[in-house]
Design a protein. Structure first.
Length: 127
């Protein structure tokens, strides 16, 4: 019995998704410059509700923090976040602060992802 429980625990740990999937993505290509707080996209919160394909294929989100040119015109037009945050599938764009909730001047990055840690360990790699 005990052996089986231990094995199960090890397998569970093995199957846990990589930290990048849990991370929040801070998106700040334009926000600071426009006087808005940076956007925080809670990736895990969304990932448990939708398949990767919905966002990364159907909605065209690039697999890269900050890799999409997102602005409010596009969102109101139903692109990117606006495909869902339209007051039907999810609360709508009036709730500025729910998305623009980052600390001012936080650069675009994935919070607590493997990539972030690697970059911190090897700062010379940064452009
Ligand atoms: C569903 C999430 C969401 C909501 C709600 C939202 N935004 Fe944004 N907004 C974004 C994202 C994502 C970006 C791109 C961020 C970046 O790259 O800096 C953005 C960018 C912006 C920008 C800079 C680009 C541009 O379009 O000029 C401004 C200004 C802005 N938002 C204002 C607002 C205001 C004002 C509200 C409320 C009326 C609002 N946003 C609500 C997600 C949201
Ligand atoms: C609700 C939409 C949504 C879903 C579902 C989703 N993602 Fe994402 N993903 C995003 C957004 C938005 C970003 C950040 C893009 C940006 O900053 O412009 C992102 C970023 C990423 C990144 C880049 C992180 C980095 O280090 O730069 C990876 C990798 C990723 N997603 C993988 C996945 C995988 C794998 C799944 C399914 C298990 C998934 N995503 C599901 C919206 C989604
Ligand atoms: C595929 C649909 C979809 C897309 C695309 C999407 N969201 Fe969401 N989002 C949701 C749903 C559904 C909820 C839950 C709404 C609720 O609880 O009423 C949510 C909730 C949130 C929350 C609140 C999380 C919490 O802890 O309560 C934030 C913040 C958010 N979204 C930001 C964004 C931003 C920023 C983008 C674009 C980069 C985005 N979302 C794109 C569907 C989406």
């Amino acid at each position: 019995m005990f052996k089986h429980a231990l094995l199960a625990a090890v397998l569970l740990a093995w199957a846990a998704p990589s930290p990048a999937e849990y991370g929040d993505v801070v998106i700040n290509n334009y926000s600071d410059a426009a006087g808005m707080r940076p956007v925080i996209f809670p990736h895990w919160f969304h990932r448990v509700r939708f398949r990767c394909k919905v966002c990364h294929a159907d909605l065209g989100f690039q697999f890269k923090a900050g890799g999409n040119q997102i602005n409010m015109l596009k969102i109101i037009d139903g692109q990117f976040c606006g495909a869902c945050h339209n007051g039907e599938l999810a609360w709508s764009v009036e709730n500025c602060n729910l998305c623009h909730s980052g600390k001012p001047r936080t650069p675009t990055h994935v919070h607590e992802s493997t990539l972030t840690k690697l970059e911190a360990a090897a700062p010379a790699r940064k452009p």
